[in-house]
Design a protein around this ligand. Structure first.
Ligand SMILES: [Zn+2]
Length: 72
């Protein structure tokens, strides 16, 4: 029960836990505890972005094929 009270206090104080390591976040690098954790999380996002173009590529090829059909 004490844990719940603690959590409520943390929400009131607007203290968020770092998504990367779980430490309390700092204003300067919100919502992370440090710039290091911020860049680690950014790295995760970039990894995800790299996988998106390979999924979208087939559509791009289809558009090219259609425009080639119009020409001929
Ligand atoms: Zn952290």
């Amino acid at each position: 029960m004490n844990e719940m009270k603690k959590n409520l206090k943390l929400i009131k104080n607007n203290k968020t836990k770092c998504p990367t390591c779980g430490n309390f976040s700092v204003k300067s690098s919100y919502p992370f505890c440090s710039q290091r954790c911020s860049s680690i999380d950014l790295g995760k996002w970039f990894d995800g972005k790299y996988s998106i173009p390979s999924v979208e590529d087939p559509d791009g090829l289809d558009i090219v094929k259609l425009s080639e059909k119009d020409k001929s």
